[in-house]
Design a protein around this ligand. Structure first.
Ligand SMILES: Cc1cc2nc3c(=O)[nH]c(=O)nc-3n(C[C@H](O)[C@H](O)[C@H](O)COP(=O)(O)O)c2cc1C
Length: 216
């Protein structure tokens, strides 16, 4: 039985771990849900991730069935929530096809596990599978300041094939709200999965300075 997306549509794995940045996870899930090129989203939230979602988004859900809807803040139709403890889930095997995994936000703890090949949870195992199968793995690491250990782990993971995409929002698009910041960052992440978003701001070079009239 085929459990992924219908043919020609993308299947994406979204891991949410216990770093600050719940709004980024919400925005990415909303964008993936509303993207016609995406047919299936496997969502996995770590225990610490859930704790952070609860505190940053005031989520009050107690039942796992309603968690994806609560995170997206709207009904979801393509998202399948997998338990982080379910090491037997589809995405734990390299034989299950998908088009890439985003961990957003990615805790420094999760980064360390991935960098050193420990696959104790489903998120860690699915990330490890991406590396061995040479699939896209995007790690939106967040913490500040960063220790030498964090920096070394980022380098290790990058050398193993992951893309390090720290939650460092941009400002050149002149954001007015937190939503503007979050949206532009999520657009950049999805573009790296081949899912360019129409709402993404694109820098097209500096505007020429207005000509000043020289009076003699
Ligand atoms: C409110 C809150 C915010 C946190 N923020 C961060 C963070 O920004 N970055 C980080 O690496 N860890 C952060 N942590 C710590 C992680 O949640 C903790 O290391 C956890 O064990 C990570 O587990 P996980 O990778 O399985 O989600 C935070 C914890 C809490 C409760």
């Amino acid at each position: 039985m085929r459990r992924g997306a219908p043919r020609n549509l993308k299947t994406v794995v979204l891991g949410v771990t216990g770093a600050s940045g719940a709004r980024f996870a919400r925005c990415a899930l909303q964008m993936l849900e509303s993207d016609e090129r995406v047919g299936k989203i496997h969502l996995v939230i770590s225990g610490a991730g859930l704790k952070v979602l609860r505190s940053e988004l005031d989520l009050t859900v107690s039942r796992t069935e309603t968690l994806a809807t609560a995170l997206a803040a709207r009904p979801v139709s393509k998202t399948e929530l997998l338990l982080d403890s379910d090491i037997g889930a589809s995405i734990a095997s390299g034989s299950y096809h998908h088009d890439g995994m985003i961990i957003l936000p990615c805790s420094t703890g999760c980064l360390a596990q991935i960098a050193h090949g420990f696959s104790q949870t489903l998120i860690e195992r699915a990330a490890d599978v991406c590396l061995k199968e040479r699939r896209k793995l995007i790690l939106a690491v967040r913490d500040t300041p960063l220790s030498r250990v964090h920096l070394q782990n980022m380098l290790l993971a990058q050398e193993a094939g992951a893309e390090i995409f720290p939650i460092m929002p941009s400002y050149y698009h002149q954001p007015r709200t937190i939503e503007d910041l979050v949206t532009q960052f999520c657009c950049r992440v999805l573009a790296h999965l081949g899912l360019d978003q129409a709402v993404q701001f694109r820098w097209e070079g500096e505007k020429p300075a207005p000509k000043t009239k020289i009076t003699r």
